[in-house]
Design a protein around this ligand. Structure first.
Ligand SMILES: CC(C)(COP(=O)(O)OP(=O)(O)OC[C@H]1O[C@@H](n2cnc3c(N)ncnc32)[C@H](O)[C@@H]1OP(=O)(O)O)[C@@H](O)C(=O)NCCC(=O)NCCS
Length: 169
């Protein structure tokens, strides 16, 4: 069988994409609306998935979203996303958002999350994507941890499918 093609992590990664917070980004608590940050991560993660797979991709799952600190008015948000691992048609993309005070250079970690995207063919059926080659220690750690999270996701999916099936009886 021919070997699966592979790509590096850096070939699809997004490093410190800049978004300047304006007043229309705030919630009633006067911190940045978390839904805006999540939507932006989803959009950027899609770009990573499409760069890696060269196919149309859809969000299959999002897990472990952690808002670690609030972002504030006038912050500059920096979005970094990269492919942790790919399997058959699915890919896990890690997102990290930091807020920068652009006057002082001080940064705060705002969000971490993991997105699973699935690549689709022209008939909207899942299609295999290239493998990913981790190149340094950090990428290798993310690659290994992604497998642990995938096992959890698939286990939960199977358990929920079973419960739903039992519920129909
Ligand atoms: C994602 C989707 C294409 C998967 O289709 P499916 O018929 O379940 O396909 P399969 O069971 O063959 O799974 C395909 C891959 O998706 C993965 N997958 C499916 N559901 C998943 C979930 N909830 N979490 C993680 N991975 C999932 C499978 O593990 C498999 O990965 P692999 O090929 O790497 O082994 C389908 O559920 C879908 O279209 N969902 C809606 C997507 C959408 O509208 N997103 C929002 C707008 S972009």
């Amino acid at each position: 069988m021919p070997e699966k093609p592979s790509k590096s992590v850096s070939a699809s990664a997004i490093e410190k994409h800049v978004y300047k917070v304006f007043p229309n980004d705030m919630n009633a608590h006067d911190t940045v609306f978390g839904g805006m940050i999540m939507a932006k991560c989803d959009r950027l993660a899609l770009v990573v998935a499409e760069r890696h797979s060269a196919h149309v991709c859809v969000t299959a799952a999002v897990d472990s979203i952690h808002f670690r600190a609030p972002a504030k008015g006038n912050d500059t948000l920096l979005f970094s996303l990269s492919l942790n691992r790919s399997w058959g048609s699915s890919m896990e993309i890690g997102a990290r958002v930091v807020a920068e005070n652009s006057y002082t250079g001080e940064t705060r970690h705002i969000l971490s999350a993991f997105f699973t995207f699935v690549a689709l063919d022209e008939n909207d059926k899942p299609i295999d994507v290239p493998a990913v080659v981790p190149e340094d220690r950090r990428q290798k750690r993310r690659f290994d941890n992604a497998e642990i999270r995938r096992e959890g996701r698939l286990k939960t999916r199977a358990q929920l499918a079973k419960v739903t099936e039992d519920d129909r009886d």
